[in-house]
Structures are given as structure tokens and as C-alpha cells.
Write a protein that binds this ligand. Structure first.
Ligand SMILES: [Ca+2]
Length: 293
């Protein structure tokens, strides 16, 4: 991974401080294309270390359970690429010392809980298996051995939905929402949303709000599905409003405002006030929630 450019770096680029290592190089199964890049997300922890998420690259899913491979993992490193001495697999023979947690499929976004500082992530799963997880040191999040999803073309995956030694997701989506950006909303601009998780959906294209209680998901609400837009990212502006990035050839940045207030149009090109729908839809199944932190 390159600190200056995320894609297309030269091996000699001085800005490279981290590379995904995948020994032994797994053979790509016939018929499976590698659709995903390995590295998606970086987030700094409060202690200054850096979490780097690495997807399974689709064709190499079994590598997510292999501690010798960097695929399907969350890594924890110092910003200069060195390994923190308290990483969970430091000293374990055959394991990459950078690994923080494993058994991940395709992490799309990560954020720190504003109170606990813990890492939370959303992952693209197979059909019916998108997940919200709170990765902890050394733990196995199951992919591809356990999952609530199945192949998009029908067959089951792995051994079921639970197995000793493997963590349950905090929450999962069936049907999937193709989660994208993840935001802990801490603003005051939208009454009642403070402390919620806001998650973009690429398909069907939504803003999802998860109300949290005691570290668990208590309720899901969905907004803006009538826009028909892929929501690629969710951020909080300095004005305390959520902002959404849409994903299309004519992508837009949308500011979310409460429906109960009148806002003047903003003189920023491609920025508009969007009113969340007030009708709420709850439809997600809850994964078995682990104890609150
Ligand atoms: Ca999982």
C-alpha cells in the first residue's frame, strides 16, 4: 500500500511502506475471477497505530483463515510500517505479525466508536451475508467457514452460521445492502440521531441508520431509497450534518437535513439539501449479539 497513491504504484516508489503479502500464493480456482483489490480501508486508532483492512480477493477466500496470508485480514501496524509489539500474533510461528483479526471477506469501511475507541467495520458478504463487526485482537470472524449468506448462484458456503472459536457478527443483512461508508454520528443537526451508526448502501441504494444500545444494534431505519442512488460514502460535516457521496457518472454530494426544518439552498455546486423520509422501515434480522463491551 502506498501512502501517496492507493493504486498503480511502482514497486520502487519511495512512498510504499506496506505491501499485502500472500504466501504461499494460492492458485486461483477455475472459473473464479478476482474481482476485488486487497486493500480498502485505513483508520488510525487512538494509540496512533494504523488499521489496514485487506479483502479476500474473492477467488482466494480460503486464505482468510490462513494466518500466513494477508488476505481476508485486518492488520495493525505503525504508520512507518513496523509491527506493534502487542499485536496478537507476534511470536506465533507461521503467522504474519501484522494481523489483528482474520476471517473477513471484503471490508468496505471502518470507524472508531467515539466513546470506546473500538474499531467497527462493515463487510460485503455473499448473498444474504453482509456484516457489521467489531474486530478484536486475535479473533476469527469466520469467513468462509461460517456465514449467514450463500453463493449468489445458489449453493451454501462453508459449515453453517456458527462454530466454536469463530465470532458472530454484531448484525447482518439479508437481503444484503452492499454497505459502503460507515459513520458514527455525533452531531446535533438531526435530533435523535446522535450516537447512531450511519451506513451507505450501494444496492439497493439507501442510507441506513442503526440505533445502538449497550454496544448492540437495537433498531434499523432506512432512508432515501426513493432517490435510486448508490451511496458510496457517509461523512459528518463541521456543521454537524451527515453528507453522502453518490456513486455514478454524475455523482453528487448530498447534505442530509431533518424534514421538520426549512434549510436555504446552499451555494455549493452539486450540493443539495435532502430530507430523510420520516416513514421508517425495519426489516433486518439480528445476528446473535455478543456481550456488550
Ligand atoms: Ca463473519
Amino acid at each position: 500500500m502506498c501512502a501517496r497513491r492507493e493504486w498503480g504504484c511502482s514497486p520502487k516508489c519511495p512512498a510504499i511502506f506496506w505491501r499485502v503479502r500472500t504466501p504461499p500464493a494460492p492458485a486461483r480456482p477455475r472459473g473464479r475471477r478476482s474481482r476485488y483489490a486487497a486493500v480498502y480501508v485505513r483508520v488510525f486508532a487512538r494509540d496512533g497505530t494504523l488499521f489496514v483492512t485487506q479483502g479476500d480477493r474473492f477467488a482466494y477466500r480460503d486464505a482468510a483463515q490462513d494466518l500466513a496470508s494477508g488476505l481476508g485480514k485486518i492488520m495493525r501496524i505503525h504508520p512507518d510500517g513496523t509491527v506493534p509489539a502487542d499485536n496478537p500474533f507476534v511470536g506465533r510461528a507461521g503467522a504474519q505479525r501484522e494481523i489483528w483479526s482474520y476471517g473477513h471477506r471484503n471490508v468496505q469501511s471502518a470507524a472508531l466508536h467515539p466513546e470506546t475507541g473500538q474499531l467497527w467495520i462493515v463487510e460485503h458478504g455473499p448473498r444474504g451475508g453482509d456484516e457489521l463487526n467489531r474486530p478484536e485482537a486475535g479473533k476469527n470472524y469466520g469467513w468462509p467457514v461460517i456465514t449467514y449468506g450463500a453463493e449468489y448462484w445458489g449453493p451454501k458456503i462453508g459449515e453453517g452460521t456458527a462454530k466454536p472459536g469463530m465470532e458472530q457478527p454484531l448484525y447482518y443483512w439479508d437481503p444484503v445492502i452492499a454497505p459502503s461508508g460507515l459513520l458514527f454520528y455525533t452531531g446535533d443537526a438531526i435530533s435523535g440521531w446522535k450516537g447512531s451508526l450511519l451506513i451507505g448502501s450501494l444496492r439497493p441504494g439507501l442510507l441506513v441508520r442503526l440505533r445502538l444500545a449497550d454496544g448492540r444494534v437495537a433498531q434499523e431505519e432506512r432512508y432515501l431509497g426513493d432517490l435510486g442512488e448508490r451511496i458510496r460514502d457517509v461523512r459528518q460535516g463541521p456543521d454537524g450534518h451527515p453528507y453522502l457521496l453518490t456513486d455514478s457518472g454524475d455523482g453528487r454530494i448530498l447534505r442530509v437535513v431533518p424534514a421538520s426544518r426549512e434549510y436555504p439552498s446552499r451555494p455549493i455546486r452539486r450540493t443539495g439539501g435532502i430530507r430523510p423520509r420520516t416513514s421508517l422501515k425495519q426489516s433486518r434480522r439480528m445476528g446473535a449479539a455478543p456481550p456488550a463491551p
